[in-house]
Design a protein around this ligand. Sequence first.
Ligand SMILES: *Cc1c(COP(=O)(O)O)cnc(C)c1O
Length: 497
Amino acid sequence: MENAKEPGALGDMSAEEFRQYGYQVVDWIADYLAHPERHAVLSQVEPGYLKNALPQSAPVNGEAMDKVLADVDEKIVPGVTHWNHPAFFAYFSISASAPGILGEMFAAAFNVNAMLWRTSPAATELEEVTLNWLRQMLELPESFGGVIYDTASISSLCAIAAAREAVPHLHVREKGLYGAAAKLRLYCSEQAHSSIDKAAIVLGLGQQGIRKIACDAEFRLKPELLDAAIAEDRANGWIPFCVVATTGTTSTTSVDPVAAIADICERENLWLHVDAAYGGAAAILPEMRQLFLGCERADSLVMNPHKWMFVPVDLSVLFCRRMEVLRQAFSLVPEYLRSSETDEVKNFMEYGPQLGRRFRAIKLWFVMRYFGVEGITARLRQHLELARQFAAWVDASAEFERLAPTPFSTVCFRAFPATLRQRQDWSEAEREAALETLNEQIMERVNQRGKVFLSHTKLNGTFTIRLAIGNLRTATAHIQLAWDELNAVLKEWQSAS
Ligand SMILES: *Cc1c(COP(=O)(O)O)cnc(C)c1O
């Protein structure tokens, strides 16, 4: 930072210095990606650890990059939960693939704001090209356009805003919901993701503006109940306007019957939005496509390449059959953003609440080109196969049981040891309470041991452990490790009790 004191030298880091540290950082990342399993998968630090380790205010004078990089190792890495670890099985497991990381480097370096076509034509057009490729991979019809947002939460929010815009004679955009005096109602299953509730809150529908439809024994929305709910709501003065179906719910990865739901939406003139944030990637596999029948009739569909397609966070795609309605919902062009080529090009700022946008498409492009459709397909297939393997171990075990079907790469299960199963003096409620405590303890203990990371959900009130596979580095040895850890911890508990 010495030259910063000289007049005329108040610029950036020099090219030489950038090169030096750039190589160093790339070497660091390469080593890390080669061996993420050297770290505990779940960070073992205590709350406040970093706030106590760093100064209370920013450095007055610049510091040497060596010192900053040393602090990454010393202070940051211990507080990182390693999503790149091959035994990360919690939530939905993901990977920042190396080609994706290289793409991200270019996005950071170009640092364009892709709000208008002219503010970086490559960013806009690459977004259109890669989304057209992805649309074909998912076998969605050509009538679907696409737009990249940060997360599925925002994709669904925008889709629901478009659905609201599509309601005739409402004019919410001008009058607001209050002025329009509209009791709008949105439908989804009780297994739908909480981002749908959040969208309803943000869009002013309120949580009462959502009606949750009950599911069947396999956690899929029951279309006949949806039908009845819409009729009842209409009779009571509600305006039904949108249905959200999920292909790959977050708890169990269950798949709503989209074709039957699409029939209802067409008949009732409702916007159909499909949440395929996680499951959507599997539609690339011909043998999985039957799970997505009816998606081609949706008005919009979200899928997250950052979830199960090896693109670094964040990158979510909203496909939409009615891009003009999405635009109508959000387009607002102040004078300073007017440009002459508007009729020939897409200005993506018109398709969402945000003005500025990152050049996200470049990392998607890198990933698609480096792996190719075949390479992506083979990797997804491997994850499905690993999940089938793990599910088979659970099914064959006398001490564990599976709690939901496994259509994708996520297994829902719990320990159900014979000692608890066979106790005669317990009521069902007592048995369930004991099982909940046991499974919670097993999961906590496994996570504490630091070799694998699992998370949980509740299914009909039952504490359920989830093992989600989606990491590029996960191999049979890692699911074997998870299975061994679970059995070892269960044995520990059995010998203690
Ligand atoms: C993960 C997930 C989401 C939320 O994704 P974000 O990109 O984190 O907002 C929404 N829906 C489903 C079904 C998901 O699995």
